[in-house]
Write a protein of this length. Structure first.
Ligand SMILES: [Fe+2]
Length: 292
């Protein structure tokens, strides 16, 4: 094992920084287990000063499990279907995409709301790794909010009321909210709405709220009531004491738990500042566990 790897909790209650590890190199099991345990304990890990090809990012990410595919070739990095380009740069021209390009606009609006990657899937994903390559000098931070801490902070009676609720998560919700045209029916058919418990029990016994902007309704509740409850819980979960703000430097890789960590992209000068990140996402292998 590398003798220098260390996991240092941040100032906030969510997240830790991992140093002394080069993610581009093959990793022995002992080093990997330090990272895995750190991730379980802190739910968000920051690795700085990395230099990763798409292939190396895939190799590291795959240590955690099977990766999700991004089916549209124009979104894929270097021909890897498991690496999503998160960017305002047009691959064909190398220049900045027009701000009003519909696909780009919907992505920007979608990621600027608090969300959990892939919450609309039947099997929610386990984690995402976001690797910053080109980062704007100003703006473009990512905010993270921990719904484990938010759950813990709720009064006991309120928690019990939430345990029985199922939430519908739909990828189309963001488009509807921003009055963007729906995706073609065949694309929608590939990601139909999914239902998940509002509160999930993790393997370590802790509980978390499963929320985010793809959440569109609650079974057995009228739309208005459901919207108000979901919005209220997001407000609780995004209180400053439950959040971490990452200011990007090129070479940062941030890995976050996609069951109990929501995130949100902060604005930057879309028309003039270049931004390119590569995202990999570890697929889920089972439905979310209910509170027993
Ligand atoms: Fe995201």
């Amino acid at each position: 094992m590398s003798s220098t790897i260390s996991v240092t909790p941040g100032k906030n209650v969510i997240g830790a920084e991992v140093s002394g590890v080069d993610l581009s190199r093959p990793m022995d099991d002992e080093t990997f287990s330090v990272i895995e345990n750190g991730f379980r304990a802190h739910r968000l890990l920051v690795f700085r000063g990395q230099e990763l090809s798409a292939q190396q990012q895939v190799a590291f990410s795959k240590r955690f499990g099977k990766l999700e595919d991004f089916p549209d070739p124009k979104d894929q990095a270097d021909g890897f279907k498991t690496v999503l380009r998160v960017t305002n740069i047009d691959r064909a021209t190398g220049g900045i995409k027009p701000v009003d390009d519909p696909g780009h606009k919907s992505f920007t609006l979608g990621t600027s709301a608090w969300h959990i990657d892939s919450s609309f899937r039947t099997l929610p994903s386990r984690a995402s790794m976001l690797y910053g390559i080109e980062v704007p000098k100003k703006g473009g931070d990512t905010m993270f909010a921990d719904t484990t801490l938010a759950y813990d902070a709720l009064p006991e009676k309120r928690r019990a009321d939430l345990h029985r609720l199922d939430v519908v998560h739909d990828f189309e919700e963001t488009r509807r909210r921003h009055n963007l045209p729906p995706r073609p029916p065949e694309v929608q058919a590939a990601t139909p709405p999914a239902r998940h418990p509002l509160v999930t029990q993790r393997e370590n016994g802790r509980r978390a709220l499963f929320l985010g902007s793809h959440a569109t309704g609650i079974d057995g509740m009228n739309d208005e009531e459901a919207r108000s409850l979901l919005d209220d819980l997001v407000t609780v979960a995004t209180k400053p004491e439950f959040t971490y703000r990452h200011k990007w430097t090129s070479g940062d890789l941030v890995m976050f738990d996609n069951i109990c960590v929501m995130h949100q992209a902060m604005p930057y000068d879309l028309a003039n500042a270049r931004r390119l990140s590569h995202r990999t996402t570890v697929a889920g292998d089972k439905p979310l566990a209910r509170v027993s």
